[in-house]
Design a protein around this ligand. Structure first.
Ligand code: ARG
Ligand code: ZN
Length: 882
């Protein structure tokens, strides 16, 4: 069945209070739910009450304390219908039984490593009890959790702990009360044997909050960084948005089987342990950065998501886009703003642009869905965050902050919509945001073409802009033609020899020009010489830019632009030009020597000499070439992934050769002083990043010398970052040294699943024909399991989503492996299976022979009997005719 935004109706009944009594048992957990219901004044009077369920067994039911009469109710595992509910407040008491050990979907109540935990977003609560499982039904929850004292000494729920005690010789219980009304998707409980680290935080309102992180016993030492990130997040949200925490307890629990990154349940965030556990020996700098960002993300949801929640799942971006924006701002403030911005844009281009250009494209606020869990996408999250960022650019930081305050004030305690959000900013700014709101409705990445003309006689410089919007099949079918978007263009003019040109145009305010129609021109007066335009500074809009800058103009921007993002962008576009040319020519693998490549190397040499040591993190990004997928997107059709790989590899060889001595010198200059204490801070991480980028390029040019350096680094490394970087470098050089190093690493960390995940991923991404067999072999590794999402993602998804040459093997074997795993997984965990299947997103873009094989594999999945709605939805949309 398809759910449509246009069909939204308020619920016919509301639930004000929920009392849950959960008796934990590995296979027969019993749940008694006492629901205080009443007819919704906004609903249909006398309508039947239909409670959602999923794989539930009903044990007992009572209405206002009495057994229900014959025929009064109808029960299936998927729904409980009360035909003639009282038209006044009433109480339903429902007892159900569930089997947490058999719950391999990891939705509802399940066990991970022996720990009982829950995941209810989007629709998992109905797998615990019959309920109005929709976000606009908000209730106050009291939860009694009872469990075995040995197996579950820790019992956690939402809100504050109000009572605990004994329940017979072997059992005990805890009662948690959450005073804040919430939708069922924010419900959570945990029961298990867990280690704890804790601290306190006093809010700006003077509330003393106990914060704690729970992890597998023995791993407490790896939880300190996450604990500290919680406190920093709390302080930041007070400082930046005036938002304080609102309960006496804030708990984070790490579990090892989790479908996504983490979940913002009220007062009880549950995390994939990958995003909690960190130690210098087991976590990379990237892990530390992710942990900090995701801890912040989930904490920030307490306001953007929990206090103000979503009316329906079409509004998902209301909480996710906004919260991603907030976590990005947090990371930018805690780390380096330009460096973080570049990282954000790289993710957007690598994940969201392809999604927006393929068969799974959808608006940030979709109009319809079959399976909501398939809409937790880069578009909803990342493009959703870009929309909020554009709003801030358009309104300016003060008005934006005022709008946020107004949004929280007017929507607090409500289940809101995108319209409510925009209304707050419209009221605050006095502006009409109707045209801006199209960003939420239209799928596809816009392209903005820009051309500049200098008139020496008039001393004017004119920039002509033209926006064009792709026609997205799913929307064209609905009869909608795309309409122009409101596009903020942050810009400046750079003098050819450096320095900014102080030109004026009345259309530019605070460095921002707003493109509102299909075509517009912008004239700058009093321009003494032809400038170089620096456009979309800081990536001010999620668009593709086409502008006819010459190579020299790009080199000027790389050297002189005042905007760090655009300096990086200049280097990227110079490299992209070379990569696309070479890939299209299908050139053989040899160091690029054409003038384009040479100009780039010279510019990079100057850049490294002048600035690398001042900002190593930025320098490492400038040295990193656009990824294969980004090149594929730029080429757009009839893509040959092998040609792209060769193009990229040859440019890496050239950079490594021409910059070699400099790179080696940098590596030495940035060496960790012996005995230096480890710090995961951005500056230290930046030094490691540049050192390892240097090693990578040097090895591309001279595999033998690079191997020796990498082996030495592998032995001497004191951090997982350096060890893994060395191993990654080695993994690209076929031969015995690689195999030995891989074997040793696998052995050394055989008891560390999260480290083995890195080892799986690295091997799955080797761009060689032997990788397919390697991956199949590793699927039999004792540490691998199809039941654990992290293992599947690190081994199989790394292959299917991050190894373009091997996923797209010309013989189709990469597609076959992916399809095979999707089908094997679907019966166990449809959400993870569906996510893996999105690897086929680019199938229409590849050259015809591969395309046919990809389509055949997709069809095999689509035609398999008994598919989950999750996988069948992705397969169906992927194959839909364009
Ligand atoms: N709300 C969570 C987050 O972004 C994501 C949970 C999604 N889970 C799911 N099964 N779809 O922070
Ligand atoms: Zn989120």
């Amino acid at each position: 069945t398809i759910v449509r935004l246009a069909d939204y109706r308020p619920s016919d009944y509301l639930i004000d209070r929920v009392d849950l009594d959960v008796r934990l048992h590995p296979t027969e957990t019993r749940v008694t739910a006492t629901l205080a219901l009443r007819p919704n004044p906004a609903g249909a009077p006398g309508a039947p009450l239909i409670l959602d369920g999923d794989e539930l067994t009903l044990l007992a039911i009572a209405l206002d304390g009495q057994p229900t009469g014959p025929g009064a109710i109808e029960v299936t595992p998927r729904a409980l219908t009360l035909h003639q509910p009282p038209q006044r407040p009433f109480v339903l008491e429902i007892e159900t039984q569930v089997n947490p050990s058999a719950n391999t979907k990891l939705m509802g109540l399940y066990r991970s490593n022996g720990v009982y935990c829950t995941q209810c977003e989007a629709d998992g609560f109905r797998r615990i009890t019959y309920f109005l499982d929709r976000p606009d039904v908000m209730a106050v929850y009291t939860t009694r959790i009872e469990g075995n004292r040995e197996a579950a000494p820790v019992l956690l729920g939402n809100g504050n702990l109000v009572e605990r005690g004994e329940a017979g010789p072997e059992r005990h219980y805890a009662v948690w009360h959450d005073p804040h009304p919430k939708p069922a998707y924010l419900f959570a409980l945990v029961g298990g044997r867990l280690g704890r680290v804790g601290s306190r935080f006093t809010t700006m309102e003077g509330r003393d909050v106990e914060i704690a992180v729970y992890v597998e016993p023995g791993k407490e030492g790896r939880a300190d960084f996450a604990l500290d990130a919680v406190a920093r997040s709390m302080a930041w949200d007070e400082r930046t948005f005036g938002r304080a925490y609102d309960l006496d307890v804030f708990n984070v629990v790490a579990v090892s089987d989790f479908n996504m990154g983490a979940m913002e349940n009220k007062g009880l965030n549950i995390f994939n342990d990958k995003y909690v556990l960190a130690s210098p020996d087991t976590a990379t700098d990237a892990d530390y950065a992710n942990i900090e960002a995701i801890i912040a993300h989930e904490y920030f949801h307490n306001w953007s998501g929990n206090r103000v929640t979503c009316r329906d799942w079409f509004q998902l971006c209301l909480k996710e886009g906004l919260t991603v924006f907030r976590d990005q701002e947090f990371s930018s403030d805690e780390r380096s703003r330009p460096v973080h911005r570049i990282a954000e844009v790289r993710t957007l281009r690598a994940r969201q642009f392809p999604e927006d250009a393929g068969p799974l494209a959808h608006p940030v606020r979709p109009q319809a869905y079959r399976e909501i869990n398939n809409f937790y996408t880069a578009t909803v999250y990342e493009k959703g965050a870009e929309i909020v960022r554009m709003l801030r650019t358009l309104l300016g930081p003060e008005t934006f902050r005022g709008g946020m305050d107004r949004y929280f004030a007017t929507c607090d305690g409500k289940a809101a919509t995108v319209e409510d959000f925009l209304a707050a900013f419209a009221a605050e700014s006095g502006r009409d945001l109707t045209a801006f709101s199209r960003w939420y409705e239209q799928a596809g990445t816009p392209t903005v073409a820009v051309s500049g003309t200098y008139d020496p006689a008039a001393q004017t410089y004119t920039l002509a802009f033209r926006q064009s919007l792709p026609v997205v099949a799913t929307e064209a079918a609905a009869g909608a033609a795309p309409r122009p978007l409101v596009i903020p263009v942050a810009l400046g003019l750079v003098a050819p020899e450096g320095g900014s040109v102080e030109a004026v145009s009345e259309r530019v305010r605070d460095g921002v020009f707003v493109l509102e129609t299909a075509e517009e021109s912008l004239v700058f007066a009093n321009v003494a010489a032809a400038p170089v335009p620096s456009l979309f500074r800081g990536f001010s809009a999620p668009v593709k830019v086409e502008h006819a800058l010459t190579r020299d103009e790009r080199l000027t921007l790389l050297a002189h632009d005042g905007d760090a993002f655009n300096r990086w962008q200049a280097a990227q576009s110079l490299a992209m030009e070379v990569l696309v040319d070479r890939a299209k020519a299908g050139a053989p693998l040899k160091p690029e020597t054409g003038p384009a490549g040479a100009g780039l190397t010279r510019a990079l040499a100057t850049f490294l000499d002048d600035e690398a040591l001042a900002d190593p993190a930025f320098a490492s990004l400038v040295l990193t070439l656009p990824g294969e997928q980004e090149v594929a997107q730029t080429i757009g059709a009839e893509v040959d992934p092998d040609a792209i790989w060769r193009a990229r590899q040859s440019l890496r060889m050239q950079l490594g050769r021409d910059l070699g001595p400099r790179l080696l010198a940098l590596r030495d200059a940035l060496a960790e002083p012996p005995g230096a204490p480890f710090s995961p801070d951005a500056a230290s991480a930046g030094r490691r990043a540049l050192r390892n980028a240097a090693l990578d390029l040097v090895t591309a040019a001279d595999p033998e010398a690079g191997t020796a350096l990498a082996l030495a680094q592998l032995d001497a490394a004191t951090t997982m970052t350096d060890r893994l970087a060395a191993l990654a470098t080695l993994s690209l050089v076929p031969g015995e040294a690689r195999e030995e190093a891989l074997a040793r690493f696998g052995e050394a960390y055989r008891h560390e699943p999260l480290v083995l995940d890195k080892w799986f991923a690295l091997q799955a991404m080797i761009p060689e024909a032997g990788t397919l067999a390697r991956v199949r072999g590793l699927m039999n590794h004792p540490a691998f399991s199809l039941g654990n999402p992290n293992r599947v993602r690190s081994l199989v998804a790394s292959f299917s989503l991050n190894n373009p040459t091997q996923f797209h093997r010309p013989d189709g074997a990469g597609y076959d492996l992916t399809a095979e795993v999707v089908l094997a997984l679907d019966g166990k965990n449809p959400q993870v299976a569906a996510r893996l299947l999105t690897a086929f997103n680019t199938w229409r873009m590849v050259e015809s022979e591969r395309r046919l094989r990809a389509e055949a594999a997709l069809r095999r999945v689509a035609d398999a009997p008994g598919l989950s709605p999750d996988v069948s939805d992705i397969a169906g949309r992927s194959l839909a005719p364009v």
